[in-house]
Write a protein that binds this ligand. Structure first.
Ligand SMILES: [Fe+2]
Ligand SMILES: [Fe+2]
Length: 302
């Protein structure tokens, strides 16, 4: 099975990223995968998510989406809140545009199941040696640096409660798969494994790393022999690691935009190709690191 995967497009409003979306679609069509996966963070605005998915949909394969934290940021007073976006709005926009929103239920292709969740963070990726008091993680602020979910996620759950909720749903999805499923691909926005995270020995970067994911989610995956692959977004630094027999990776594009004449090369780096055959996984030409490092940014928030 061939999978094309990308995340964190952070699409500009008002058709500002038309060429980018066209280039991604062209590249995925060239790859000709069985499954096209997008692991979240298309836009803070449902209207932009809607237009983007309609432009990205590939007719010849399964199209899978998992919401990112940006996709569930509330937009205005009286509009849908984060929980409503996650449990209802994102799913209906996916459906309208031929995408399957994996958190609404696994997608099965023969003996392979794709299971998805936004995942969350419980500060288990923090660096204890920094000795930052726990209140700062709970309040998402340290020495003037703010994790912006503070202002834009409006559900009543604490981060620990949210992580537990999504973990329980993941366990339920895994436990209720049909008996013939022999391999599972997990798709999430937040990271399930700490060693996918890049630390830089500086602040606020290493403070923000605490908001990347949750180790408890990874433990659930490690305890299920059928899970062969984990694809995530959220960290804007691309990475690929082995965890036991699993391959875990992050596939972000990010906030940077190259000159138009370099767009196709940029997109080639951004779209990961993953081939699974008889239990072995091949990820040819995977590009690690921040592919936006030398580019000008279209936005500045994680
Ligand atoms: Fe992102
Ligand atoms: Fe994110």
């Amino acid at each position: 099975m061939k999978i094309a995967a990308i995340s964190d497009l952070h699409v500009l409003p008002d058709d500002g990223d038309r060429e980018l979306l066209e280039s991604i679609k062209r590249r995925v069509e060239e790859i000709s995968p069985d499954v096209f996966v997008i692991a979240g963070d298309i836009s803070d605005h449902l209207s932009v998510l809607d237009v983007s998915l309609s432009q990205l949909h590939i007719d010849t394969c399964a199209n899978l989406y998992v919401a990112g934290n940006h996709d569930i940021w509330f937009e205005e007073e009286g509009g849908p809140g984060s929980l409503e976006k996650y449990s209802r709005n994102v799913g209906s926009i996916c459906q309208k545009n031929g995408f399957i929103h994996l958190p609404d239920g696994p997608h099965i292709i023969e003996d392979t199941a794709f299971v998805g969740s936004i995942g969350w963070y419980d500060y288990s990726f923090r660096r204890p040696e920094l000795e930052i008091p726990m209140e700062h993680y709970e309040q998402k602020e340290y020495r003037g640096a703010v994790w912006y979910d503070l202002f834009k996620i409006d559900w009543a759950y604490s981060d620990i409660e949210a992580t537990n909720l999504f973990n329980r749903k993941l366990e339920y999805d895994l436990a209720t798969l049909p008996a013939n499923i022999s391999q599972i691909v997990y798709v999430s926005h937040h990271l399930p494994f700490r060693n996918l995270t890049i630390y830089k020995d500086r602040l606020p970067w290493d403070f923000h790393s605490a908001f990347m994911g949750a180790q408890s989610t990874g433990k659930i995956l490690e305890n299920d022999d059928r899970v062969i692959l984990s694809i995530s977004g959220h960290s804007h630094v691309r990475n690929l690691v082995s965890v036991g027999k699993m391959i875990a990776m992050t596939v972000p594009l990010g906030y940077g935009r190259p000159d138009l004449n370099k767009l196709d090369d940029f997109v080639r780096d951004a779209v990961a190709v993953i081939e699974t055959t008889e239990g072995s996984i091949n990820v040819p030409n995977f590009v690690k690191g921040d592919i936006c490092a030398d580019l000008s940014y279209v936005a500045s928030r994680h």
